[in-house]
Design a protein around this ligand. Structure first.
Ligand SMILES: [Zn+2]
Length: 208
């Protein structure tokens, strides 16, 4: 099987798994993988639970559709990540409930929305900047993602959801799932006195 065929299968397997676990719903959420001559991306208006490997959108590096169904309308989020992160091989964007809830909280630190609750969150996500709200389709949203993507493989779009890049599809999926679970823990801990990891402990986990 070619590398592209393997990537197509992997995207559909991940989509089905994400959908089955309730991390996305309706036709929300999208997945992409970098291939030799461009990107594979999930199509617009299709449930991640019902992806067909043969119908994924295949895009050239400039975003032109080469084959398959039209890509997600949020393809610009993925391209902004790839363009700023040479090592990114995959991008996952979800409207997963707890992450979206956190993206709607008032009075968060926009430079780093979630506190260092667990070691795995710090290792897989690190710091999570909040990107201000823009209406769907506003090109300023791509510019805002681009401005932070060089320094951050994970960003949270206000009142919308997370976008996470990884050096493999598995790494991007693991990071966005860790983010979703940490968002859930953060909400569970609201109103409880909490002992977060210290700055020194978080610094050590980020590689010092
Ligand atoms: Zn979205």
């Amino acid at each position: 099987m070619s590398a592209e065929a393997r990537a197509r299968e992997a995207i559909c397997r991940l989509g089905a798994s994400i959908f089955a676990r309730g991390l996305t719903f309706g036709s929300s959420g999208n997945i992409s993988v970098r291939i030799a001559d461009g990107y594979l991306m999930t199509p617009t208006n299709v449930s991640l639970g019902e992806l067909d490997p043969a119908r994924l959108a295949k895009l050239a590096l400039d975003g032109t559709l080469l084959a398959g169904d039209a890509p997600t309308k949020e393809s610009f989020l993925h391209r902004a990540m790839y363009e700023e992160r040479g090592a990114a091989e995959a991008v996952v964007h979800l409207h997963s409930t707890h992450s979206v809830a956190v993206s709607c909280l008032a009075d968060v630190d926009p430079a780093n929305v979630l506190p260092p609750i667990t070691a795995y969150y710090v290792m897989r996500v690190g710091t999570l900047p909040l990107i201000p709200y823009f209406r769907p389709g506003d090109p300023k949203l791509a510019d805002a993602v681009r401005s932070l993507a060089g320094k951050h493989h994970a960003v949270l779009l206000a009142n919308h959801g997370p976008v996470v890049a990884g050096t493999s599809l598995g790494a991007a999926a693991a990071a966005i799932e860790e983010l979703e679970e940490t968002a859930r823990l953060h909400l569970l801990l609201q109103g409880h006195r909490t002992r977060f990891l210290t700055e020194a402990q978080a610094w050590e986990l980020r590689g010092g």
